[in-house]
Design a protein around this ligand. Structure first.
Ligand SMILES: [Zn+2]
Ligand SMILES: [Zn+2]
Length: 308
């Protein structure tokens, strides 16, 4: 299937009844993401920061591999959520395993040798923190609040939560998760997307998937339609001038928000989280145009590349 630039919502999907609606996170997710970020860091104005985050993501993969088996998700909870089209792993209703705190301390320890002085102080705060402080920071991040947030520690604490949620999400089967009525949030955990990817190959070719910022699941949402408010009128695409066009901002005139789309037919290695972070210049441009981000990236805090 070839990609088309101008589409009506649902146009590609018509006549393709067997679309995989949900792609649960693959076991090598963080390896692929870190590799992409290293590639994008070459010659990049924020290259040092991208390399630091690539090291953090590599530490995520190591921690994920070392994570022991977790208890299976309760079948009654899964069935109830399915019936009501609710995300079963929503942070507000899910008792997260304290093992995530060990992951946060592990990541902080792994990053210390490659961190600058400022970052090393933040990493030391995480390693020395009480369980209660870590839990409070996690609650702040997961509820999207800014008050009480330790901005310098947030990327590492967010990264630890990602490992844990990614592991639990990967233990599910797509058929256990219901398609929500309005798919603006992750069907698995109810979190915001970080960005979206138009995929290539097989039954997914030409389809747009939103990637969850927390559990890394990807869910299908038709193209040329605002994923924030469902509007499909007047959707516009922005790129930074002179850019290769791998990443574009899909902007909605109705709710004045945008979500980035990365196109695998322009670069087969495109990855939502990595390409989002490396296209920070597009966020600056969109802010100047009066649009706000609907995607959330734990490695940027409120539009600022954290720690840079
Ligand atoms: Zn999710
Ligand atoms: Zn909208």
């Amino acid at each position: 299937m070839t990609a088309t630039t101008i589409l009506q919502p649902g146009q590609i999907e018509a006549g393709a009844p067997d679309i995989p609606e949900l792609r649960l996170p693959p076991p090598d997710l963080f390896t692929t993401r870190a590799r992409r970020l290293r590639q994008l860091s070459e010659g990049h104005a924020l290259g040092d920061y991208l390399l630091f985050i690539a090291s953090l993501i590599e530490a995520q993969q190591t921690a994920l591999k070392g994570l022991p088996d977790l208890p299976a998700v309760d079948a009654t909870l899964l069935a109830r959520c399915y019936t009501h089209q609710m995300p079963p792993l929503a942070p507000a209703g899910w008792q997260r395993d304290p093992v995530w705190r060990r992951l946060a301390r592990e990541l902080a320890g792994a990053l210390s040798p490659v961190a600058n002085d400022t970052a090393r102080k933040a990493l030391a705060r995480i390693m020395d923190a009480s369980d209660a402080w870590l839990e409070a920071q996690a609650d702040t991040i997961l509820s999207g609040q800014r008050e009480e947030l330790d901005v310098a520690c947030a990327p590492v604490i967010g990264a630890a939560l990602q490992i844990y949620w990614t592991r639990v999400a990967a233990s599910l089967a797509p058929g256990q998760v219901a398609r929500p009525e309005h798919p603006n949030l992750c069907p698995v955990c109810g979190s915001h997307p970080v960005a979206s990817v138009v995929r290539i190959g097989g039954s997914e070719g030409g389809l747009r998937y939103l990637q969850c910022t927390l559990c890394s699941s990807e869910w299908h949402v038709v193209r040329a339609k605002c994923s924030n408010c469902d509007n499909s009128k007047g959707i516009a695409y922005y790129t930074v001038e002179g850019d290769a066009g791998v990443v574009r901002a899909e902007a909605c005139p109705q709710c004045e928000s945008y979500l980035k789309v990365a196109y695998m037919d322009k670069d087969p290695h495109a990855e939502a989280m990595a390409d989002d972070l490396a296209s920070f210049a597009l966020d600056v441009l969109m802010g100047e145009q009066g649009y706000s981000r609907s995607g959330i990236n734990f490695f940027m805090v409120h539009g600022d590349a954290a720690g840079s």
